[in-house]
Design a protein around this ligand. Sequence first.
Ligand code: S2G
Ligand code: ZN
Length: 478
Amino acid sequence: MTHEIVSIPADAASGMQDSPALLRLRALLGEHRLLRDADSLARFGADRSPGWVPRPVAVALPETTEEVQEIVRIAREFRLSLVPSGGRTGLCGGAVACSGELVVALDRMNSLLSVDAVDRSVTVQAGMITARLQEIARERDWFYPVDFASSGSSQIGGNIATNAGGIRVIRYGMTRNQISGLVVVDGRGEVLRLNHGLAKNNTGPDFRHLFIGSEGIFGIVTEATVQLLPAPKPPQVMLFGVGGFPAILRLLSEFSNTLKINAFEFFSNNALEKVLARQGTASPVQTAPFYALVEYESAGEHDEARALAIFEEGLERGELVDAVLATSEAQSRAIWRLRESISDTLSAWKPWKNDISVRVGRLDTFIERVSALVAAGDSDLELVWYGHIGDGNIHLNILKPEELSADAFAERCSPLAKGIAALLGEFSGSVSAEHGIGLLKRDYLHYTRSNAEISALRAMKAIFDPDGIMNPGKLLPD
Ligand code: S2G
Ligand code: ZN
């Protein structure tokens, strides 16, 4: 997705003299690693969430943990707010700098620091692109399992700060499951070197898991030790045309109870139609109301026979319409492209993105209740259903009609958004399964986190960020 560069107010980008804080930062970073030109401010002050005008005071480009530490110390001294910035692929405004903050961009901290063949782990700087980490693993016949549509531009530091999920959570877990060591600079200016790559370390609460998913409100991730896996055999990929949610959930149950599935995704027909129109390709299966994409690790013909039997039985029950089994890696990738292109394709409609989850065992009744809300709601709005239904995560996107302004559209989405959030409270689900809270969902946080938890989060922020300079305004409601 191309992010349009929005205009920067003249005062932020003008040849305004460097403040004392910026003079100290320029002395630390030099001419070329403290940016103040309009394009840089616009580019580094935004992420993929629409609706905020990037307005940072400057962009710092540190190269080491020690430089990040010095930046935090200067920021504390001059009460300068900091916004950590990775690949800027976030969808909730978590990396947006719109109030004169200093962006701390990790782009130049993208090195492979060490490889441990015995542990099968690598230590990398936070600015490494996710796809580069996947490539480093492949080069050693290892595997980094976390993958999603934006892995070609997201950074591992940002994936850690948002505990990125993606398409294989059902098998390998979220980003937090892969991190065996973490170096962060917290808002005090302290460098915390956490867990050191140990497999076992039972010395009290594990601070890794405080920082993973904290969206930069406690500190800045600078390095990570990532546990990798032996490279798996090429998996089998199937795409099913499915009649409705009950059939999708039955397919999920049959596959997950008899085969080793890596991924179980779904999407509605209007999602596929939009992707095919954009790609200019034809569907590999007959048209159906929904599609299920299943990736599983086959141990041999027995497994493939089982998968085909599941299809034939579903066909006989009238629950499945069609299916295709990828017969090559190229065909597997083509099928995955249909699913992974949805988010980017829909961005043209500036959608209201519900990124929600409930326990898999509660999906059936939850989906029924959401469908009832939708049926009772604004029928003129087009909804697109897709996501990682295998782990209980549904992306329900409401598409903005061309003629509607962003505010009018938000107004029209609000009843359904609030109805879904209330349902999530009832079902003990999450208002943010994987994309995080950022600026966009702060007012929905209480549907998933209790007041007791939120007050504890505020207390923890006061410990790690006593001056409130770390990504202020993000995640925590005012
Ligand atoms: C999806 C992708 C978000 C992104 O399609 O499942 O979560 O752009 C979204 O990586
Ligand atoms: Zn997703």
